[in-house]
Design a protein around this ligand. Sequence first.
Ligand code: PLP
Length: 494
Amino acid sequence: MNTSEFRRRGKEMVDYVANYMEGIEGRQVYPDVEPGYLRPLIPDSAPQEPDTFEDIINDIEKIIMPGVTHWHSPYFFAYFPTASSYPAMLADMLCGAIGCIGFSWAASPACTELETVMMDWLGKMLELPEAFLTEKAGEGGGVIQGSASEATLVALLAARTKAIHRLQAASPELTQAAIMEKLVAYSSDQAHSSVERAGLIGGVKLKAIPSDGNFAMRASALQEALESDRAAGLIPFFVVATLGTTTCCSFDNLLEVGPICNKEDMWLHVDAAYAGSAFICPEFRHLLNGVEFADSFNFNPHKWLLVNFDCSAMWVKKRSDLTGAFRLDPTYLKHSHQDSGKLKPAFNIFLTDGPFHVLFQHWQIPLGRRFRSLKMWFVFRMYGVKGLQAYIRKHVQLSHEFESLVLQDPRFEICAEVTLGLVCFRLKGSNKVNEALLQRINSAKKIHLVPCHLRDKFVLRFAICSRTVESAHVQRAWEHIKELAADVLRAEKE
Ligand SMILES: *Cc1c(COP(=O)(O)O)cnc(C)c1O
């Protein structure tokens, strides 16, 4: 494809995308295909001679779209939202064009510098404590990770290294293996599965703390686990608190858990993957109170802040905890800046030879990284903080609207407090009847939902997801759910 064809095809692709987004409501939200549907539709191997662009475009509606789950349909209420906005898509195009691998300042200065500024912008939108910002030339800073799972893993590995160093400083005879065998991390029993995986990958025990009646981790349960583990000779070193759990959007009690972590020398990581976006609204900021006790904090603008996947924002109070944990400096990645002596001290952070450097390669697991901050820059500027706040508020309002519809129907119950954009509900009655209801909903494919378990209850999750979802869609979804519920209840009686 030469440049002039790219100009033409690029414009056609923008039209295709615009038509797709505009017409998405008319597409069935969940596809009809069965596993393995795609392989028979395309050749067994790549073509020897090139296909034309036309061939490819024609295959999109034939081969790809029939197997797409339309996450941006206003009838998609499953999982949690994944962000989608036009400014982010356009920024992604530019990111693809620049195509840099921004692991260090020198590898593409704009990539590193814009990221540090965007992370400060975002930190200020959330009113994060200044200790997390880079701007203040303190010890903290922010980095874009690919996912919340990576952020949790990076935090756990950094905490592990820090604990090992601390224990070895006190008792030099201890081997790393001997220490790791005893390290133990904690999260609530409502934490995301990625937390357990981080423990598995990091080779340390991870214990689930029983949550309270509101599905929150509380001081007493954590304290109890700490005491019995210490008595058994284990070494508690890491706690993940979740703000906005995936099951039911519950909030661990950070104001209780935080001080314990600080007192007991345990790294506190806060996972607010979904809920974090809401903290840009003053009325929801109180949910983040206690973040001042955290060593690291993470949320996904790629979930609810209109920045398309991937963009997971992570801040640490002490960057050297990350860079010290993962540092390696092969010669081919070194770059010395001849004029570093002339720089203002605050800007030394960008250079290999500065006392504090923003070499993002040391803050993450891969070496390579995309120019993801462009998406934030485009979105933050084109929506403004007010536009982003309005977007969050609209979703929260829609979830309360759905909640009140559920509450008006005595056959149904609400299963957890509705704080943000998620409603957990079920038919009063057995798990079986609720499983049957979900089965009918997802077979009809007019809307899409996923379930969760809250204790021993099978629960349906209704998450406000789409950028374009309106009250009418929520109302229609509820009418549809009620009809299917009537069918289920009738079938049960027969
Ligand atoms: C969605 C979610 C995650 C996982 O996010 P990824 O970015 O896909 O890794 C982790 N924790 C919570 C609470 C979540 O809701």
